[in-house]
Design a protein around this ligand. Sequence first.
Ligand code: BTN
Length: 240
Amino acid sequence: MIYHFQELSSTNDQATQPSYHEGDVIWAERQSAGRGQRGHSWESDEGKNLTFSVLLEPTFLAPQDQFMLLRVIALSMVDTLLQFGIEARIKWTNDIYVGDKKIVGILMEHKLQGSELSRAIAGIGINVNQREFSPKLPNPTSMALLKGKEFDREQVLQVFLKSLMTRYDMLRQNEPERLIADYNSLLYRLNEWHTYALPDGELFEGRILGVEQQGALRIERKDGSECQFLFKEVEFVLNN
Ligand code: BTN
């Protein structure tokens, strides 16, 4: 069921209410405190984009496999954009890029009950019809900027929910291999040499080889050695 609000603080916060269940969508035209990754806020012009959360109850999934949910969401988003003629890539862990520009942000939040993943909230911000962005944002783009026309947001949401059903079913039917392979093949900067930064500021040249089952990013260095990084252990250096 889709719950459409004019204003919420954050759709992810609203989705924590126990009255929502598997598959419910909480969509807000405006968020007064939209949240991004790493403590950032998420800005989106009212009425122009899609800012929503999908609630999942993946009790069949072992908590250590929670990265699979991120794969499901990211791939559903790439599938969706493709249906509107936009070829996107997944910037590990969970940004969706077209070229070197960000079009979708995803904020995943999980709740454990005992050893079960009782709830997962996928918060998604898609830049649909916004054409002007704050200069504070490093590299935004939108569907309208890319295609030179406006899109029906409800239709974009419906296509996403359909793609999500297909990808989530692959996980439910215990077919993770296809999700893992598709996620890897759609990685932004896969197999290309670029500069990366470590948390202490050190820069190095590396080439993305893929992502491990539980989500670690595999990067080869120029000396042929391979390193694996967890979330926040490595940064992409973008050429803007
Ligand atoms: C990011 O790229 O930093 C993640 C952005 C996630 C934004 C979405 S908008 C809907 C949902 N509600 C929030 O407060 N955040 C997510």
